[in-house]
Design a protein around this ligand. Sequence first.
Ligand SMILES: [Cu+2]
Length: 120
Amino acid sequence: MSLLPDKILRSLAFALLVLPVFGHTAPAAIPPAEPRTHVVVIENMEFSPRVLTVRLGDTVEFRNIDVSPHTVTEQGPGKIDSGMIEEQKQWKLVADRAGTLRYACTYHPVMTGTLIVEAK
Ligand SMILES: [Cu+2]
């Protein structure tokens, strides 16, 4: 019986010394990726890249380095519209909706692009 308190003490020591270590070294869940910023260049009447895949929460910067203004305007029922992006200007879109966004330039409907937003 005289060993019992000793055992209890050892168990306590184990709990106090070892468990916190385990607590710190236990494999953590992979943290969600930090939001990123992607760039779509508008040049020579084209969006480049024409198809871009991003993750929910990412930012897409449309950078117009062309010689004329353009827009990024969602096709279909969507409402996303940059309005006029003048030469040497940019417009940023935060991807806050998962799915496929098809867009075109209002002034030049042949200019099209696709943004694929993946859920996290
Ligand atoms: Cu255009």
